[in-house]
Structure formats: C-alpha cells, structure tokens
Design a protein around this ligand. Structure first.
Ligand code: UGA
Length: 442
C-alpha cells in the first residue's frame, strides 16, 4: 500500500534506471507498477531476484517488496497510476544517433487519456519531447501529458544518487504532470523547495531538460578526456598528472572530481551520449568539434597501455599479460564499452596470452570476450605473467600483497591503468611500476 499521500506510479522498463527509480520511489512510499516486455525478467523480479549488480538495490527492493508490482502488461500501471516513468533503453544506432524504437513502442501502446502522462527517464536526444507531443497529436492522444525528468545516477552508487540527488530536473511545457513529478521528488529536495533532502530543483521546459542531461554527460566526458591528454603531456614533460589534478581541482571553478587520468571512459552512457550529442548537432548542421576530439582521445587512451607494454616487453608475441579488473568501473558488473574489451582484443591480436580476474564482472565478460583465461583471484591471474595491468580500480586490488605478486609473476612490469595503486609498495616488492601520466617521479 502507498504511504499516506504518496502517489502510485508506473515504471516502464526494468533496466538499470527503471529498477532504481522503482525501488527509490517505493522507498519514499509510492506503490510502483513496473512493466517490462521481458517475461523471464519479470518472473525473476517477482521472485525477488535482482538481475543486475548494484550495491544496496537488492535490499531496497526487498524492503519495499509489498509496494512493488511487476508485470508484462501495462494495464495495472494504467489503472493505478497517472505518471508513467519511461526507462527503456536508447542504444546507439550505426549512425551514432540514439535508437528510440523502444521509446516509440511505448508511445504507440499507451492509450489516449487525459489522466496519464509519460515521464521520460531514458536519455533521449533534445527534441524528443516535441516529436512525442506531435505523435500524440497525430494519433488523437493529445490529452496525454509529457515530462522530461532526466536521470543522473551513476552505476555503483545508483541507490545513493537516487535518494540523495545533487539536483532534480523537471522539464514540462504546461499541464498538471510537471508539478505532480516535483511532488513525488519533494522529500529529496532541499528545504527551499519544501523538502527534507539536499537536492536542488530545476523546473524548466522539456527541450532544456533534455539538453541538461546530454550536456552534463558530455561535459564530464570532456573533463576526463582533457585530463587524459594532460596525462599524456605529463609523460613527455616529467610532471605527475596526479599532482597536477590535485592542484587544478582545488580551484572551486574546476573542482576535483572527474580529473582521474586513466585508460579512458567506458560504460553504457558516456560513449553513447557523447556520440549522440555530436550526431544531434551534426543533424542540425552544426559540427561539434570539441566532442569529436573527446571521443577520439578516449579511443586512443584505451590503447595507450599497449604502447607501454611494448616499451617494457619489447614485443608481445608469446608474452603473458594479466588484467586486473574488467568492468568499466568498480562496483558494477557492467562491461559495456569497457576499456578491457579493447585492451584484451589488442593484446591477443598482438600475440600475447591474456589472463583476467574481475570480482563481479566475469559472467558478463565471458559473453563478450573470447580467447582469454579467466582466473578466480588476482593472485591466480598474475601467475607466470610477464606484465600485470590494473584495468578497473576495485578496492580489493589495493590490498594486494605485492611481494606475493612478485613471487608469482614471471616478469616485473606493473601498469597501473587507473593511477590507483600504491606505487611505492609495488616498487618495494622489486616490481617495475608505471602509471598513466606519472612523469619522472613515477
Ligand atoms: C555516468 C554519469 O556520471 C551519470 O551522472 C549519468 O547519470 C550516467 O552516466 C548515465 O547517463 O546514465 P556512469 O556511466 O555510471 O555514470 O559512470 P561514471 O562514474 O560517470 O564513470 C564513467 C567512466 O568514466 C568510467 O569508465 C570511469 O572509469 C571513467 N572515469 C570517471 C575516469 O576515467 N576518470 C574519472 O575521473 C571519472
């Protein structure tokens, strides 16, 4: 049962964003009617199984199981809820544009009504709201409301990000639904907006809300590619990018976050959204030069480790390289666009044999990566390796006994692809440490 006064909602799509949104609003007291076309997934969710790895999500779903309803049919959501959150996938097409077919499928099946509104959580190109409003009008469904409410959660801390957002963006072009969405989020908002949380509220029009999402992801990706290029220049000039980032980040206008140099960004969002914004601009006749560079820098950055390995090992044929971590970042099993995919493919193409260990992502990785050995621990992965590469900065790798690693390895090279290891500890074990952009001192 909904807590007193909390509006029931529907959530269409039980992927990452959908499930976290559903669990989060259930936690706040709403009855949530989740709909997914994947019957097997719906069955699993009904049994209390969580199909993705996300810290805290399983507990949140379990704690609110009475308020969460899962179905393959839209009818329950339509009957009980006015607001239907859309959280379906928008993967890239071959042209780099976002594939909106799942979004349009929802637009097609939703019946004419002046009681319901779609609340768009999926990341969509700027202009989608306008085209959906047009589609509604063409089909005699103009009574339906539409709100753009982009999601900013990060994998690995999604539950916390939902319950403690920096900001909530609600874009509406009139009608009742915008205010109803704000009401749902009210408890998470700062007192200035009548809430008890700390989130800022951005009430705006649909197109601007859509652009806030795309521009935010593109900016963060730009920040990463920028620091990666600084790291590469640091390698030429003897500076240490970790020190440089620290010095830069203390300027409040720059800030310390997203200045960690490494082997590039991956995941289901940055690569796709940066490309989608570039294409969106291009389709409107504008050449977004900066984003072209952000993407290219990232592709090259994923390959930089290969150059380092060549330098130390003098060729990779017959060499054994151990990859520590495979997921695109720690605390997730997500392998989409992970740097490890490019790395392992390049290594095997260059004649190396690859062993890899990831605490969580092995099952996902096995589907995408062929021709490498999966180990069940870091120490097994590094056995007989000529070189070890830290690919994903899982906390358990910070606890590694480097003396033990040195004994187990055949060679001595440790490449820290995330500048996350204790360089001194690695060196003290008699190993050769190289990070990304760590200059002369590292
Ligand atoms: C990203 C955004 O951070 C979220 O705000 C957004 O909601 C989400 O995309 C989305 O659009 O759904 P996410 O993809 O989960 O979230 O991951 P991030 O934590 O942003 O990391 C992305 C990639 O950048 C990772 O591969 C990470 O290793 C890399 N990264 C991040 C760096 O290389 N350096 C950094 O300083 C930060």
């Amino acid at each position: 049962m909904s807590a007193k006064g909390r509006e029931p909602i529907g959530v269409i799509g039980t992927g990452y964003v959908g499930l976290v949104t559903a669990a989060g609003f259930a936690e706040l007291g709403s009855d949530v009617y989740c709909v997914d076309i994947d019957a097997a997934k719906v069955e699993r969710l009904r049994r209390g199984e969580v199909p993705i790895y996300e810290p805290g999500l399983e507990e949140l779903l379990a704690r609110n199981s009475e308020r969460l309803h899962f179905s393959t049919e839209l009818s329950g959501a339509l009957e009980h809820a006015r607001l239907l959150f859309v959280a379906v996938g928008t993967p890239p097409t071959y042209s780099g544009d976002a594939d909106l077919s799942a979004v349009h499928a929802v637009v097609d099946v939703i019946p004419a009504s002046d009681r319901h509104a779609l609340v768009m959580k999926s990341t969509v190109p700027c202009g989608t709201g306008t085209s959906i409003a047009r589609a509604f009008a063409e089909r005699g469904k103009d009574g339906l409301g539409y709100v753009s409410c982009p999601e900013f959660l990060k994998e690995g801390s999604a539950v916390k990000d939902f319950l403690d957002p920096d900001r909530v963006v609600v874009g509406a072009d009139g009608g009742w639904a915008g205010e109803a969405v704000v009401e749902l989020y009210r408890p998470l908002l700062a007192s200035a907006y009548g809430g008890i949380g700390s989130g800022e509220l951005v009430r705006t029009d649909v197109a601007s809300a859509e652009m806030v999402k795309l521009a935010s992801n593109a900016f963060l990706a730009t920040k990463i590619s920028f620091i990666n290029e600084i790291a590469n220049v640091c390698e030429e000039t003897g500076a240490d990018v970790v020190e440089v980032a620290r010095g830069m980040g203390l300027d409040e206008r720059i800030g310390p976050k997203f200045l960690q140099a490494g082997i590039g960004f991956g995941g289901s969002c940055f690569p796709k959204d940066v490309d989608a914004l570039k294409q969106l601009a291009g389709n409107s006749g504008y050449h977004f030069q900066l984003l072209t560079a952000v993407i290219e820098v990232n592709e090259l950055q994923k390959r930089r480790v290969i150059g380092k390995l060549h330098k130390h090992l003098g060729g990779l044929v017959g060499k054994r390289v151990a990859l520590l971590g495979l997921a695109f970042k720690p605390n997730t099993d997500d392998m989409r666009e992970a740097s490890s995919l490019v790395l392992s493919a390049r290594l095997t193409a260059d004649g190396a044999s690859v062993s890899a260990y990831d605490p969580i992502a092995e099952e996902q990785a096995r589907r995408l990566v062929g021709g490498i050995d999966f180990a069940d621990s870091a120490l097994t992965a590094v056995a007989d390796a000529d070189a070890v590469v830290l690919v994903t900065e899982w906390p358990e790798f910070f606890e590694l006994d480097w003396a033990e690693v040195a004994k187990t390895m055949k060679g001595k090279v440790v490449i820290d692809g995330r500048n996350a290891l204790d360089a001194e500890a690695v060196r003290q074990a008699g190993l050769l440490y190289e990070g990304i952009g760590r200059g002369a001192s590292h």
